[in-house]
Design a protein around this ligand. Structure first.
Ligand code: GLC
Length: 729
C-alpha cells in the first residue's frame, strides 16, 4: 500500500524534535531507525554489490556469519561484458535474493572511476570511463529497483583509492570532476534514479564528501534534482551539522546518538534550521515507506537456478586477450591431451576482499569442471602455492606434465591478499613463482594457454611467450564452470577491457600522484584518465581499453550519419552495419568514440559516447543505430561554468576497441552559444580580438595607439598586417 505525500506530511508534523534528530542516524549496523508509534518502518540495507551479504541480525557484523547468497562476478568482470542487459539481469537476480532475505536495499553498485590499476577496490568498480560505468550502473539499478528493492550508488565521489581513504582529500579541478568523476554518477542517476546515493569516505577538494555542499547541494540536489536519500559510508560522518545542511539524510551505521547534542545545539543557535532538518527527515520517511511497498514475505530463491545464471553471466565477462593461431578453443582435433596447471584450478579465487564478501551457496573449480568438458586425458599439477609467493619447488612437476601433453592450461593471477578494500597494490605483478611457472612451461610447451584470475590489471612480461591469454577476472561462484566451457568453445568469449592494461606501472596516468601524500591526492592527470592518457601521450598499452577477441570475426561497415552539419540542440543519428564474418556464433561490442578536431581546451583524442553488444550468427549482418546530442560533443568550461560544444569539425570513430576504430564519419557542429564577455581588467587584447563583438573596439584602440606613437618607437610595426602580426599567437 502506497503512502501518500499527505501521509508523510502528517507523520512529519507528529514527530517530536528528538524523533526527527534520531532519524538522521541509522539504528545499528544494517538498519535505519523505525518510529513504531507512528508506524514508520525500519529499512534493512546490506552489501552488495555482486552478491547479498546479509547478517543474521541487523546489529551483527555479517562477516563470516552472513547468510549464503549467490556470488556473481564482481564489478570489474561485469563491466567487461559491456552488456547492459546482463547488468539488468544481475540486478534482478540480486533483488530476488534481497526480497527472500527481507533486505530492502542492496549497497551497490560501486562506480568510482579507476584512476590507477593499483586501486584496492578496482575489482568492485566498473571502469576508467564514465560513460561505460554510468550506463552499466543504470542497468544494474533498474534491474534491482524494478522488483521494489533499493540500491545505493556509491561512493559519491572521487573515491578512487583505498590507502588513507578516510582522510586523503581528492583534489580535482572542476572540469575534470564533472567530465570524469561525476558523469558516471550523472548518467546512472538520470537513467535509473537510485533510491539512495552513498557519500564517500574521502574529502573532495578539502570538504568531506559526506558534508560537501558542492557535491550534495549544488550538484546532487540543485543541478541533478536528485530526490532520493543520501547515506553516509560507514563511519564517515565527522561533521554532522555541516553534513545535514549539505544534504546528508542518514548517517550509517547507527551512532547511538553520539551527534544528538551537536545537532540540538545547532538547532538552538540557528546554525541548523528545523526546516532543513524536516527536509531530510521527509525524504527519509518517503524512503522508509517505499522500501516496504513491494515486500513479499513469500519470496524465496532458487539458488541452484541462480548459480546457473551466475555461470552464464560470468561467461559473458571473459576477455580473450590473445589467441594466436587459434590456440583456443581446446578441441580433441587440436589437442589429444591437456595439462592443467595451477592451484587456482582447485582453490578458485572468485571474489574480492572486504565489505563485498559474499558467502557463496556453491563453488565450482576448474579442475573438476574442465575434466567434465574435455574428452581427452587431462593431468593436473598445482604449479605454485597460494600461501607462498616465491616457492618454485612445484614447477618441475608442472613442466614435466606440460611436456607430456599437447597443450598446457596455466591458471594464475592475483592471490586473495594482493587486492582488497582498505589497501591498494604497490605494483602490478602476479607472484614471482607464477611468473617463473609460466616461463618454464612455455619454454617446453608451445601451446601454453594462460587463464588469469584477477580483479584489476596486471603486467605480463611473459605475454609474448604464450599464444593465448583468457582474462576471467573474479568470476563469482560459478566462474570455474564458465571458464571450462569457454576454454572448450561451449561459450564464445565476448568481453572487452573496461580498464586499460598498461605495459608497466610507470606508464600509468597517475603514477606520480598515487596514493597521495600528507592527506592530499592531486588528480594531476586531469581528464586524461585511462585510455585518454595513453592516447594523449601516445603510450602503447599492453592491452587497450575496449580490447577483446572472439572465436569468430566481425566486420563493421556502411556508416551513415544523419547530417553533415549539426546545429546546437539537434540530435545526430549514426548507423553502422556489423557482420559476423566467421563460422561461429558470437557477440561483438561496438564502441562509438567522438573526436573533436579543434578546441580551445586540450581534449582527449577520443571519448567513448555510445556502445552496444550484439549477438550474430555466422554470416549474419545487423544494423546498429546510435543517437548523439550536444552534450556528447561538449567539454565542461570552467570559465563559463557550463558544458560547451565548440563550433567546428568532429569525427565519429566506431570500432571494437579503443585502438581499432576503422569506421570514421565527419560532421561540422554549429554552436548557438553566445558566450558572455566576462571581461575584466585582466582581459588581454588577444581576448578582445578573439570576440567578434569587441574585435572592432580593440582594433580602434590599437590603431590610435600606434598612430600617436613616434615612428622610431613603433618602427614599421604599423606597416605589418597589424591584424595578424600584432595578434598572432
Ligand atoms: C564499507 C564500504 C561500503 C560498504 C559499507 C558497508 O566501508 O566502503 O562500500 O557498503 O562500508 O559495509
Amino acid at each position: 500500500m502506497k503512502t501518500t505525500r499527505a501521509d508523510i506530511e502528517e507523520i512529519l508534523q507528529q514527530l517530536t524534535l528528538d524523533e526527527k534528530i534520531s532519524l538522521v542516524s541509522g539504528r545499528d549496523a544494517w538498519s535505519t531507525k523505525p518510529i513504531e508509534r507512528l508506524g514508520v518502518p525500519s529499512v534493512w540495507v546490506a552489501d552488495g554489490p555482486h552478491g547479498l551479504r546479509r547478517a543474521p541480525e541487523t546489529y551483527l557484523p555479517g562477516f563470516g556469519d552472513q547468510w549464503p547468497s549467490t556470488c556473481f562476478p564482481t564489478a570489474s568482470a561485469l563491466a567487461a561484458s559491456w552488456n547492459v542487459d546482463l547488468l539488468k539481469t544481475t540486478g534482478e537476480l540480486l533483488a530476488k535474493e534481497c526480497l527472500a532475505y527481507g533486505v530492502q536495499v542492496i549497497l551497490g553498485p560501486g562506480i568510482n572511476i579507476k584512476r590507477s590499476p593499483l586501486g584496492g577496490r578496482n575489482f568492485e568498480y566498473f571502469s576508467e570511463d564514465p560513460v561505460l560505468a554510468g550506463e552499466l550502473a543504470a542497468a544494474y539499478i533498474n534491474g534491482v529497483q524494478q522488483h521494489g528493492v533499493g540500491t545505493s550508488l556509491k561512493h559519491f565521489a572521487c573515491n578512487s583509492q583505498e590507502q588513507n581513504r578516510m582522510v586523503v582529500s581528492s583534489n580535482v579541478d572542476e572540469r575534470t570532476l564533472r567530465e570524469i568523476y561525476l558523469t558516471n554518477f550523472e548518467i546512472a542517476i538520470d537513467k535509473s534514479n537510485p533510491w539512495t546515493v552513498m557519500a564517500a569516505y574521502n574529502p573532495v577538494n578539502g570538504d568531506d564528501a559526506t558534508a560537501n555542499p558542492f557535491l550534495l547541494t549544488d550538484i546532487l540536489q540543485t543541478e541533478w534534482q536528485y530526490d532520493g536519500v543520501v547515506l553516509s559510508d560507514w563511519v564517515s560522518v565527522h561533521l554532522p551539522v555541516k553534513a545535514i545542511k549539505a544534504g546528508l539524510h542518514i548517517e550509517m551505521p547507527g551512532n547511538d546518538g553520539v551527534h544528538v547534542d551537536e545537532i540540538k545545539l545547532a538547532l538552538e543557535t540557528g546554525a541548523l534550521s528545523e526546516t532543513t532538518l524536516d527536509d531530510r527527515v521527509r525524504d527519509s520517511l518517503v524512503f522508509a515507506f517505499k522500501a516496504h511497498e513491494q515486500a513479499d514475505p513469500t519470496a524465496h530463491v532458487d539458488h541452484e537456478a541462480h548459480h546457473q545464471e551466475a555461470e552464464a553471466i560470468a561467461a559473458d565477462c571473459f576477455v580473450l586477450l590473445k589467441n594466436d593461431h587459434n590456440a583456443l578453443p581446446l578441441t580433441p582435433e587440436k589437442y589429444n591431451s591437456v595439462a592443467l596447471i595451477g592451484e587456482f584450478a582447485v582453490k578458485p579465487r572468485f571474489q574480492g576482499n572486504g565489505s563485498s564478501e559474499v558467502k557463496e551457496t556453491k563453488l565450482t573449480n576448474l579442475k573438476d569442471e574442465l575434466a567434465q568438458q574435455i574428452s581427452v586425458p587431462m593431468s593436473y599439477s598445482s604449479g605454485y602455492r597460494l600461501d607462498d609467493d616465491h616457492d618454485t619447488s612445484l614447477i618441475a612437476e608442472a613442466v614435466k606434465q606440460a611436456q607430456q601433453a599437447e597443450a598446457a592450461i596455466v591458471h594464475v593471477g592475483l592471490p586473495q591478499h594482493y587486492e582488497s578494500e582498505g589497501y591498494d597494490r604497490k605494483h602490478l605483478h602476479i607472484p614471482p613463482a607464477q611468473v617463473a611457472l609460466i616461463e618454464a612451461v612455455s619454454q617446453v610447451q608451445a601451446n601454453t594457454i594462460v587463464v588469469l584470475t584477477n580483479g584489476a590489471p596486471i603486467d605480463m612480461p611473459w605475454h609474448n611467450n604464450v599464444p593465448a591469454i583468457l582474462e576471467t577476472w573474479l568470476p563469482g561462484q560459478a566462474g570455474a564452470t564458465a571458464i571450462a566451457k569457454t576454454l572448450t568453445g561451449v561459450y564464445n568469449p565476448s568481453g572487452k577491457l573496461p580498464e586499460t592494461f598498461p605495459v608497466r606501472l610507470e606508464d600509468t596516468p597517475c603514477f606520480l600522484d598515487f596514493p597521495g601524500l600528507d592527506r592530499k591526492l592531486n588528480f594531476s592527470e586531469g581528464v586524461f584518465v585511462g585510455y585518454r592518457w595513453y592516447d594523449a601521450r601516445k603510450i602503447e598499452p599492453l592491452f587497450p581499453f575496449g580490447h577483446g577477441l572472439s572465436y569468430t570475426q566481425f566486420e563493421l561497415s556502411d556508416l551513415s550519419i544523419s547530417s553533415q552539419k549539426v546545429t546546437q540542440g539537434d540530435a545526430l543519428t549514426v548507423q553502422v552495419k556489423v557482420t559476423n564474418s566467421g563460422i561461429l556464433s558470437g557477440q561483438e561490442v561496438v564502441q562509438l568514440y567522438v573526436h573533436d578536431t579543434d578546441s580551445r581546451l586540450p581534449r582527449p583524442e577520443k571519448e567513448l559516447k555510445r556502445f552496444a553488444k550484439i549477438q550474430l550468427a555466422p554470416g549474419e549482418t545487423k544494423t546498429l543505430e546510435f543517437e548523439l546530442n550536444t552534450r556528447d560533443l561538449s567539454y565542461f568550461d570552467e570559465q563559463q561554468g557550463k558544458w560547451l560544444a565548440e563550433s567546428g569539425d568532429f569525427e565519429i570513430r566506431i570500432g571494437n576497441s579503443s585502438q581499432h576504430t576503422p569506421v570514421i564519419g565527419k560532421f561540422t557542429y554549429e554552436s548557438a552559444e553566445v558566450l558572455p564577455l566576462g571581461f575584466d581588467v585582466r582581459t588581454t587584447l588577444r581576448e578582445w580580438v578573439a570576440n567578434e563583438e569587441t574585435k572592432p573596439i580593440a582594433y580602434d584602440l590599437v590603431k590610435d595607439f600606434f598612430m600617436t606613437m613616434p615612428h622610431e618607437i613603433v618602427g614599421d610595426l604599423w606597416d605589418f598586417n597589424i591584424k595578424n602580426d600584432f595578434f598572432m599567437d
